[in-house]
Ligand binder design. Structure first.
Ligand SMILES: [Ca+2]
Ligand SMILES: [Ca+2]
Length: 273
């Protein structure tokens, strides 16, 4: 092996690190931070993460905090937030622990997802809510509302779905909502693939909106996949290709070394013999 091959390996390594770091930089425009979605098969909306069917396995998995005051972000509640596009729907899961979750204090708990249109910044006009009426009997309703300023109105044509279930101190909320739903009208934000939407996650323990909201946070989600047709984003594609090339090259050099060592061993044995 000559000196220049070592130089080539070092050069490829440096190039790989540079290419990788370019795609690791998180995109953001101040707050909220923008996230991409995962793509996979549709989960069952029942408030349970079914490990046997690997539901949510391909979701984008985030951890965010919900705050009493978004301007002064302290005393947050950490939640798992999973985001997945499958078939013609967007799926969102929220999961978290509360010490006294099964106490009567949380009997009328709710978790909601408010949605702002792609060009409406933080004007949240659509609300999907799972509202408990009795936590101890797992009684709840899925509500689809439209929001005008701070007034919440029930949709005449609700769509999407939501479910929740408490196990021990841990609760799981699962939501689905249609993407490219041309029937949305004024009651829903029409989610389109290729666009980025702001979502506000809200939580409270009295069935009144917005006064019952005690903690919340906002994230941006980029709906990168067209329904039924996942296309690998160009950044990820370039990363995969360059990674394959680098590791194949290293593999080839390694195989060559093994081959040379074996040959040398044979040579030495022949000379000794
Ligand atoms: Ca489920
Ligand atoms: Ca609505």
């Amino acid at each position: 092996m000559k000196k220049h091959t070592t130089s080539i390996i070092i050069f490829i390594f440096i190039a790989q690190i540079l290419v990788s770091s370019a795609f690791l930089v998180e995109k953001s425009y101040g707050t909220p931070i923008e996230f991409d979605v995962g793509f996979g098969t549709a989960p069952v909306i029942d408030g349970v993460v079914n490990g046997a069917t690997s539901e949510w396995a391909s979701a984008e998995k985030l951890e965010i905090e919900l705050f009493p005051d978004l301007l002064n972000q302290s005393n947050g509640l950490l939640i798992d937030l999973w985001v997945l596009q499958a078939e013609s729907n967007l799926y969102i899961l929220a999961r978290f622990d509360l010490d006294d979750h099964s106490s009567s204090e949380y009997d009328k708990e709710f978790l909601g997802i408010l949605i702002a249109d792609w060009d409406a910044d933080l004007d949240f006009t659509d609300a999907k809510i799972v509202q408990f009426s009795n936590m101890s009997t797992n009684s709840y309703s899925y509500l689809d509302y439209n929001v005008n300023d701070t007034a919440y109105y029930e949709d005449l044509n609700p769509d999407g779905d939501g479910a929740a279930k408490l196990e021990g101190n841990q609760i799981v909320y699962e939501f689905s909502m249609p993407v490219e739903n041309i029937e949305g009208g004024v009651e829903d934000v029409e989610l389109d693939h290729g666009d980025t939407f702001n979502f506000k996650i809200i939580f409270g323990k009295t069935a009144t909106y917005p006064s019952g909201i005690i903690i919340s946070n906002i994230i941006s989600i980029h709906l990168q996949f067209s329904p039924g047709a996942p296309v690998l984003p160009i950044g990820a594609l370039l990363m995969s290709i360059s990674t394959i090339i680098v590791f194949s090259t290293i593999g080839a050099f390694f195989a060559y070394y093994i081959y040379r060592i074996t040959q040398l061993k044979k040579e030495i044995e022949r000379i000794r013999g």
